[in-house]
Design a protein around this ligand. Structure first.
Ligand code: GUN
Length: 284
């Protein structure tokens, strides 16, 4: 039976430590601030943004959500970003993805001042990460690394397979694992013999966005299985990319959905907002 990695519990512990840091900054007259730009009415995005706000409140981070109609033009949105690049009270800017089709996501991410890019999606921050000298790190892979640390899961020399090649999860995850001396394979929906490949993994990270895609046939006994999936089944229930019930008995470690990776993503966002504040105000 696998050890269940309790992301929620670890997230709360780390958030408590960040809250202490925020109190310390307060003594120096500083309050970290995060502004979230939300375009349109995407239901999943609304939930994520609400959870981010709750975490910010819990920690004492000043947070503001700017809501825009799905019809906002790209130019208008870019102007808003420029405004917040200049706004002293916000040290972090997050544009919730996905954006409506008529807006060029790449242009928008490029417009965010890299020093305020707490999501770590700006090409400058991705480049720094890929070069091995990160500033801001995409929060989901960063949170997964914190899980490995907390559960004392060693990575050096291990075979890691990542299913999913997004800029937000798969690619940055690969670089973080590589920096810890894992041997990394990035697989995806077009990979041949995927179950066979996955079965070689000591560490299996699944971010493919298909509910219950990974079954027991993908799993090497004792493997560490990290499920980044957030899908709704026909009944509207939140499910992961991994068929937890059949994989858990074989795995060495496994994350549940919910209460796994999700709370860690939010926690790292908060931590990077505090770091961004320190960097901008204290020159650290
Ligand atoms: N949409 C889904 N996940 C994320 C995330 O981590 N950050 C942003 N900005 N949008 C997302």
């Amino acid at each position: 039976m696998g050890t269940i990695i309790n992301g929620k519990e670890l997230a709360e512990k780390l958030q408590d430590a960040t809250a202490v840091e925020v109190k310390e900054l307060e003594k120096a007259g500083l309050r970290p601030g995060l502004v979230v730009l939300l375009v349109g009415e995407n239901a999943a995005s609304q939930t994520y943004v609400k959870n981010k706000q709750l975490a910010a409140q819990r920690i004492g981070i000043h947070s503001k959500v700017m809501r825009y109609p799905a019809t906002i033009s790209e130019d208008e949105l870019l102007k808003e970003i420029e405004h917040f690049n200049q706004a002293e009270e916000f040290h972090g800017i997050l544009v919730q993805l996905p954006l409506p089709k008529h807006i060029d996501e790449e242009k928008v991410l490029l417009a965010i001042d890299p020093i305020k890019d707490v999501d770590g999606f700006h090409p400058m921050n991705l480049g720094r990460l890929f070069a091995g000298a990160p500033h801001m790190i995409p929060c989901t892979p960063y949170g997964i690394m914190k899980m490995f640390e907390a559960y004392e899961i060693s990575l050096a020399g291990k075979q890691a397979v990542i299913i999913g090649r997004s800029n937000i999860v798969g690619k940055p995850m690969a670089h973080l694992l590589l920096a810890e001396n894992a041997t990394v394979t990035i697989a995806h929906s077009k990979t041949a013999n995927l179950p066979e490949l996955a079965k070689k993994a000591d560490i299996l990270i699944v971010a493919i966005g298909q509910g219950h895609f990974v079954t027991k046939e993908f799993i090497k006994p004792g493997a560490v299985v990290i499920d980044v999936g957030m899908n709704r089944n026909e009944a509207g229930k939140l499910i992961g990319d991994v068929k937890f019930d059949e994989v858990e008995p074989i795995a060495g470690f496994i994350t549940p959905v919910p209460r796994g990776v999700g709370p860690m993503t939010i926690t790292m966002l908060m931590q990077q907002t505090v770091e961004a504040c320190r960097r901008q105000k204290l020159g650290e």
